[in-house]
Design a binder for this molecule. Sequence first.
Ligand code: URA
Length: 218
Amino acid sequence: MGNSKRQARLKAMGITVWERRDRPSASPGSPPSAAVGDWDRLSEEVRSCTQCPLHAGRTQTVFGVGPRVAQWFFVGEAPGAEEDRRGEPFVGRAGRLLDAMLRALGLDRQEVFIANVLKCRPPGNRDPEASEVASCLPFLRAQIAAVRPRILVALGRFAAQSLLSTEQPLSRLRGGVHEYDGIPVIVTYHPAYLLRRPADKAAAWADLKRARGIVHHE
Ligand code: URA
């Protein structure tokens, strides 16, 4: 992507960053480790899951979106009202910012995998409970094992703590490179937080550039 186009996209994200280096051309992600049948079974298991009380209040489950082979895997917290209605993660205001962040990276929503820790909406968008995470996390683990991305990006404290099995605060988790099952993990701010605190978008962009450097071995 040309520099001026990237600048325009960063502007859409609400930040100005001088970025000289062009993104190297994309190379294919690693092949999926699970057969298509396994993937279909997983998606059906999620669709019909009644393991925790959240199933009672959902319109539908939100499995996640993206290709079966993806270099990038973004992990959010849980579906909100719009996601519950449409069955797709990050389709509300926070999702539109996530899309802008992806575009700034030269990525399209269609080429990355996006999923949440929880597949059902917590009522009133309350924080997920530990028992709900315990029930739902195996689905995310199975998705990651199948997609085998080059990078996992944890969006916000909740995704990071769940993925990394830690209680460390976001301030400690951001800035470094973690590992989940041999896959590098970058922790950044949740887009919904960035909508409230636009001043932190520059720091989020630095996180994403670090992730991009890992994907492209920069
Ligand atoms: N916030 C999330 O964490 N996930 C969504 O899908 C939407 C908002």
